[in-house]
Design a protein around this ligand. Structure first.
Ligand SMILES: NC(=O)c1ccc[n+]([C@@H]2O[C@H](COP(=O)([O-])OP(=O)(O)OC[C@H]3O[C@@H](n4cnc5c(N)ncnc54)[C@H](OP(=O)(O)O)[C@@H]3O)[C@@H](O)[C@H]2O)c1
Length: 300
């Protein structure tokens, strides 16, 4: 099949592109103007330079494709530059779906996020839910994957482990918001990429949580990253309530490491239930692997 991938230049995009090629598909990698120069020359991948909001360019790039993998997403808004969740999650997904209709492409695999729901406290999860709804309502053949935090070797981009490693390496003391006991269920990037490739071939018409077999706390993950980096971990507790108050003011500075939205997501945790994990295993035909120390190192 010929598969168009949006968000191909990102952390997950590189791994997904590799998995699709490995499965024998042709890949049309959408990259926005500017980013295409950073993409390594790869004879097997056709580049299509387009902003994900540019429906005309998307339609052109999609011509001759059999399926779309839609990965574009952001974790941080910069409203003054037009970088908002509403635009990059909801409107971009609408643009992709319109282009699919124009060209007659029926299949889409959309990568959403674990805990996306309409009444979520975070804009990230609410906008992912709205994008999911558009996919479910408009695409004739669809699969929606909801990964927890993704770990492992991928493309450039601010992945979670890289961000924590940065804090450990650059700050003499690492601020931990609240008690740090928030639950996370990291999933291996190769498992996410494998799930995407499987859904391209056989759309499962379902919304599936993707999480590894082990639930960890934020604090224990931080400790494990420090251990693999051979760095001492000195932490300082910062009250969650204080952070929630100051983040809306400070998050406009890119150097401030966390946003109000991210704090809300951290506070509620990012794990799935054993029932959902079993459903994913049944629908995808494989179980997600545990995360090793080597995987943490490869994320950097
Ligand atoms: N990483 C995780 O732990 C995680 C967990 C759950 C869900 N997800 C979801 O998985 C998807 C991929 O995440 P990721 O970690 O790979 O993110 P990422 O590294 O930040 O990549 C985002 C991609 O979107 C592209 N993009 C952003 N704005 C664009 C625009 N206007 N036009 C075209 N492309 C644009 C970026 O292109 P540039 O290279 O040009 O910036 C990049 O290719 C996202 O939807 C994310 O929400 C990720």
């Amino acid at each position: 099949m010929r598969v168009l991938v949006t968000g191909s230049t990102g952390y997950l995009g590189r791994a997904v592109t590799a998995a699709l090629l490995e499965a024998g598909h042709e890949v049309v990698a959408v990259m926005r103007p500017g980013s295409h120069r950073a993409w390594p020359a790869d004879a097997q991948v056709r580049r299509a330079v387009a902003d994900v909001m540019d429906e005309r360019a998307l339609t052109e790039a999609m011509s001759g494709c059999d399926a779309v993998v839609h990965l574009v997403g952001i974790i941080r808004e910069f409203p003054r530059q037009g970088v908002t969740m509403d635009r990059l999650h909801v409107q971009a997904t609408q643009a992709v779906l319109s282009a699919m209709r124009a060209v007659g492409v029926e299949r889409i695999v959309y990568v959403s996020a674990l805990r996306a729901r309409p009444d979520a406290p975070s804009r990230y999860h609410r906008s992912k839910w709205a994008a999911e709804c558009a996919v479910r309502e408009q695409a004739p053949a669809w699969s929606i994957l909801r990964p927890s935090i993704i770990v492992g070797r991928g493309g450039p981009g601010p992945n979670f482990v890289r961000q924590l490693a940065d804090l450990i390496q650059k700050s003499p003391v690492v601020p931990v918001v609240g008690d740090g006991l928030y639950l996370l269920q990291p999933v291996h990037i190769q498992d996410v990429a494998r799930a995407v490739a499987a859904c391209v071939t056989s759309p499962i018409q379902a919304t599936v949580d993707l999480a590894g077999p082990h639930t960890v706390t934020y604090l224990s993950l931080l400790g494990r990253i420090a251990t693999v980096l051979h760095r001492p971990l000195r932490t300082i507790r910062v009250p969650m309530r204080l952070m929630l108050r100051v983040a809306p003011w400070l998050e406009r500075f890119p150097a401030f490491p966390v946003t109000h939205d991210q704090l809300l997501m951290l506070r509620e945790g990012n794990a799935t239930s054993p029932e959902q994990a079993e459903t994913a295993r049944r629908l995808l035909g494989f179980a997600c692997r545990p995360i090793t120390d080597e995987d943490l190192l490869r994320s950097l």
